[in-house]
Design a protein around this ligand. Structure first.
Ligand SMILES: [Zn+2]
Length: 194
């Protein structure tokens, strides 16, 4: 009886050892299988802009007082594609975001104006109808969100009776330059930033 049992046990042990050897040589999965491919979430330019946490670019204007004038007509089928922030003449205009002053410009429509590129190099901010610029402001200067860069005025084609900041935002498409890009409505990003 005892001898018979031992004869059965030995082959059984051999099978166990063999099986554990197999276990060790089997490749160990390094990571769980990747999830099924799903379409990348679509981020709109407006959402990207909201992530910047913009300051209202006119000092003392509360967010709830902003008006969405982006789609207003501007004659000959043109649209405004910017928002106007009404304020008293001479009210400080502040940088809406961290970035660099790319271009200080004077043009017929915008009057005294300037272009700022944000610190991510993605957005261009255009400030127009300024009464003047902050002392010593120069192209290439780095500015922080909230820094005074100019003053509200009526230069260019703004009515003298309605001083305001014309504020436009463009999303750059790869090229690092201060003109062109896709125009983005900044209203929601300004209204909802905290
Ligand atoms: Zn405007």
């Amino acid at each position: 009886m005892g001898t018979h049992r031992r004869l059965v046990l030995v082959p059984a042990l051999l099978v166990l050892v063999h099986a554990s050897t197999l276990q060790l040589t089997r490749p160990v999965p390094l990571a769980p299988a990747p999830p099924a491919l799903r379409p990348a979430p679509t981020t709109t330019p407006e959402q990207l802009l909201a992530d910047r946490g913009l300051a209202v670019p006119v000092k003392g204007v509360p967010r709830h007082r902003l008006k969405d004038t982006f789609d207003d007509g501007r004659g000959k089928g043109r649209k405004h594609k910017a928002i106007d922030i009404m304020a008293a003449w001479g009210t400080p205009v502040v940088a809406a975001d961290d970035g660099r002053i790319e271009k200080i410009s004077r043009n017929r429509g915008g009057g005294l104006s300037l272009y700022q590129v944000d610190s991510s190099g993605r957005f261009v901010y255009y400030y127009a109808h300024l009464a003047g610029y902050a002392d010593g402001l120069r192209e290439g200067q780095d500015v922080r969100r909230g820094d005074v860069i100019g003053y509200v005025g009526t230069t260019g084609n703004a009515p003298e009776s309605a001083p305001h900041l014309h504020f436009a935002v463009m999303l750059l498409k790869g090229e690092k330059r201060w003109w062109g890009g896709e125009v983005v409505n900044p209203y929601a990003a300004l209204r909802d930033a905290s």
